[in-house]
Design a protein around this ligand. Structure first.
Ligand code: NDP
Ligand code: F7E
Length: 313
């Protein structure tokens, strides 16, 4: 990539897209562009074609998607399948038609088989049944990863994919119905603290294991791959370290300074029991994460206090 390349970051206002924009700009890329969902609905094929025809980006990062936590995925599978497949098909095919020289597509570790070997190597994809709570999203994302592979095979397009673990940080989604666990915990403990509430309700049993990566680290890995990777197989992005949801709750509770009790709502799903990435490939390529969980949680909570107005949510 050249520093003057026109780089279109789809989803530039989201958790991941905004971090990728920050990272590109810090590294001296001077021509980064974005469009909001309102300005350009990526599910609309004609609009996507018009955009590519007019802008002709050199590089594309596809960080726009319908994204959500366990409850959103579990209760709106049709929307997750339809919107993500539409967005991917439109963007990937336009990247080919308009001769984009590099595309980065984002998968997610939740699209590996539910009972994949742990830590999960890249070649575990498509080797077993999926986790039920995010099956629709996984089917769509698997199709996206595979499409990048097929365009590379048939046309020689330089389309690469990565497989990030659970992410958190600035511009996360704090809507309690639709969010992932980290922003949900930050908001729940913060609200309980300021409102002097004796208990906080969390979901499931607290026993599932998850791996968390601070989003600025993830963005740094994405730009590293754009600059250094051309392989057909996707690359896992994670820390290689895991915690139980109970341990995560204790970490967030401590960072927020909430002294009440946690109540586990076992009527809510646990999701996949464990999903830890094997990050050997990324390490061998030369990239390792920097921000550990406690530090990342402190950064995320600070950002939340400075930027999120819960009274208006
Ligand atoms: N969050 C996580 O833990 C993980 C995320 N990922 C992947 O990273 C990518 C980004 O996720 P994340 O940043 O968390 O999600 P966010 O919800 O924070 O951001 C998604 C972005 O996509 C845009 N968008 C959604 N639908 C459309 C549409 N139809 N047309 C145009 N733009 C649209 C939104 O635009 P607008 O802001 O204008 O509404 C938003 O900026 C996804 O591919 C996701 O699968 C992978 C692993 C973990
Ligand atoms: C990144 C990944 O994210 C999703 O997978 P997930 O990791 O299962 O999602 P999650 O972050 O929402 O939950 C993680 C764990 O945490 C528990 N949990 C406790 N209390 C709350 C709570 O208050 N909110 C939420 N959301 N979860 C809670 C919850 O029960 C679960 O055991 C995929 O759908 C998929 O789309 C995907 O890509």
């Amino acid at each position: 990539m050249n520093k003057t390349d026109k780089i279109y970051v789809a989803g530039h206002r989201g958790l991941v897209g905004s971090a990728i924009v920050r990272n590109l700009e810090t590294k001296g890329y001077v021509n980064v562009i974005g469009r909001t969902h309102k300005e350009l609905d990526l599910t609309n094929q004609a609009m996507v074609r018009d955009f590519f025809e007019k802008e002709k980006p050199d590089v594309v990062v596809l960080a726009a998607a319908k994204v959500g936590g366990i409850n959103a995925n579990n209760t709106a599978p049709a929307d997750f399948a339809y919107e993500n497949m539409q967005i991917q098909c439109n963007v990937i095919d336009c990247c080919h038609k308009y001769k984009v020289k590099k595309l980065l597509f984002l998968g997610s570790t939740c699209i590996y088989p539910k009972m994949a070997p742990q830590p999960i190597p890249e070649d575990a994809l498509l080797t077993g049944p999926l986790e039920e709570t995010n099956e629709a999203y996984a089917i769509a994302k698997i199709a996206g990863l595979e499409m990048c592979k097929f365009y590379k095979r048939q046309y020689g397009d330089d389309f690469i994919s990565c497989m990030p673990t659970n992410l958190y940080g600035p511009y996360d989604n704090y809507d309690l119905e639709g969010s992932h666990v980290m922003p949900a915990m930050i908001r729940k403990f913060h609200e309980a603290k300021v409102n002097h509430m004796p208990t906080v309700e969390l979901w499931g049993t607290g026993t599932p294991l998850r791996e968390f990566l601070y989003v600025d680290d993830m963005a740094d890995a994405c730009v590293f791959l754009l600059e250094n990777y051309e392989g057909e197989q996707h690359v896992n992005i994670g820390t290689g370290k895991e915690v139980t949801i109970k341990e995560l709750a204790e970490t967030v509770q401590k960072a927020v300074g909430y002294e009440g009790k946690i109540v586990w709502n076992k009527a809510m799903p646990d999701g996949t029991p464990r999903k830890l990435t094997n990050v050997d490939k990324l390490h061998h390529l030369g990239w390792t994460h920097k921000v550990e969980l406690e530090e990342g949680v402190a950064f995320a909570y600070q950002w939340f206090k400075e930027n999120v107005d819960i009274a208006r949510m």
